[in-house]
Write a protein of this length. Sequence first.
Length: 225
Amino acid sequence: MGNYASLHPKRAHISATIERTSRASSPPVPSSPARSCGTWRRGYKRCAADPLGPSLRAMLLAEDLLLLLTDDATGKLLLPAEQVDIALGGANLLELTLLERVSLDEAEHVVVLDPSSTGDPILDGALRVIGARQGRKPKAVVEPLGENLRTVLYARLVAEGVLRAQERKVLGVLPVHRWPAARGEHEERMRAQLTQVLVQGTTPNARGARLVAACSEVRAQDRQP
């Protein structure tokens, strides 16, 4: 892992919690939410005993991941932009899998199961991207899914009052955008809930398991030379 954890406290937190799972048996990742549970926003299922609670589902998985990868104080990305964009594209693919809108066939090619609107314009756009590339491997779909996604997610998080938009010019010419935290409640709850799963061993629901998987994938990319 090298110096991943030493670069920033937030990165250290993500790293430490994920590292705990590598030394223990991972909880099973459900293929879909339990049918006996009540309905929840955007088609997710919510169980009365759901250990992760509703806060992880109040935003898209990609939004949660972007918050974890953005420095609260400076508004800068904690990883290279290209790496973050790929991770965000993968998060949208996972989100649509959780919603049972896309899946993999026997040859592990991405297929669209339900092209109807999800009720979220970001996910609807992701469905169209996947539909245009149906039959390809996930790796070939993730990169186009991440194109321009970070900017759209930042704009939504600013509109919801979670982040603040800042702009300055380098050498008086080149604009530089930063996205510091305006409110930290959601991310604090999210990180606490991740710790519940990764450190205390609480069994996650499908969405929580996929957030852990998304964080693990980011960590794996960060270890690559």
